[in-house]
Design a protein. Structure first.
Length: 244
């Protein structure tokens, strides 16, 4: 960085304090004094500012793409006190994409399970990972929209589009209806996620789990989901997001 002589306070680096190098230029055309930076502190600071603003933009974009159903009121995993929060913290801490390391949150309505899953997702986005939140029945609807004209992707392209995320959060697993093609579609989807070594967090109600256990081929279909996740039970029911 080169400055022309102007204010005396500009004659040293504002960051490291080293004085600028004074250079007089006197020739046919010029008779002026320039000050040359002795360091690259200011360039580095500019680069840092740029990198910071870019990562902030990326964070906002990823957050939008994740499609969380609510904000976690700015309360972070660090300061949270709800049930199983320690498991969530450890999960974020040791997270590695494509390792099939998932969580299966089971508890009745009003537990912190969805909130905790969203918190994990947000923390991972801050670390630069790609996260997608989707109610499981909605994921099936998106997959099956490929049979119509509204979705430009075909079924497997849509499956792979889900598979590109570092973490998939499937909320409210078990509420979907299994009829017609849904059984094979879901089986194909789960098989792909398994072979792609995706990391998933599934939230579900105990009653819903019992209900879908009745469907034929349940074990064959969801065995892989359960192989990809570690079950975490939520027992307290007093938790309310708003009251926090
Ligand atoms: Zn400097």
């Amino acid at each position: 960085m080169i400055r022309e002589e102007k204010k005396s306070e500009l004659r040293k680096c504002a960051i490291c304090g080293k004085p600028y190098i004074e250079k007089k230029v006197e020739n046919k055309f010029l008779n002026r004094t320039f000050f040359i930076a002795p360091c690259d502190c200011e360039e580095k600071l500019e680069q840092e500012k740029k990198a910071y603003s870019e990562s902030f933009k990326r964070y906002k974009k990823s957050l939008k793409d994740a499609n969380f159903p609510f904000d976690t009121n700015g309360k972070r995993l660090k300061t949270r006190t709800c049930e199983n929060v320690e498991i969530a913290r450890q999960y974020v801490e040791s997270f590695k994409p494509r390792t099939r390391q998932g969580l299966y949150f089971v508890g009745s309505v009003g537990n912190a399970k969805t909130t905790l899953a969203v918190c994990i997702g947000k923390e991972l986005i801050k670390k630069g990972y790609r996260v997608k939140f989707v109610v499981f029945s909605q994921a099936i609807r998106i997959l099956q929209s490929t049979y119509g004209t509204k979705n430009p992707l075909d079924f497997m392209e849509q499956v792979k589009d889900f598979g590109k995320y570092d973490l998939l959060i499937f909320d409210d697993f078990g509420r979907e209806a299994y009829k017609d093609r849904t059984l094979t579609d879901v089986a194909d989807f789960v098989n792909y996620l398994y072979s792609n070594k995706n990391n998933v967090i599934i939230t579900s109600n105990p009653e819903m789990v019992e209900k879908i256990k009745q469907i034929p081929d349940f074990d064959a279909m969801f065995d892989r989901f359960f192989q990809m996740t570690k079950r975490v039970d939520f027992k307290k029911s007093s938790y309310r997001r708003i009251a926090e």
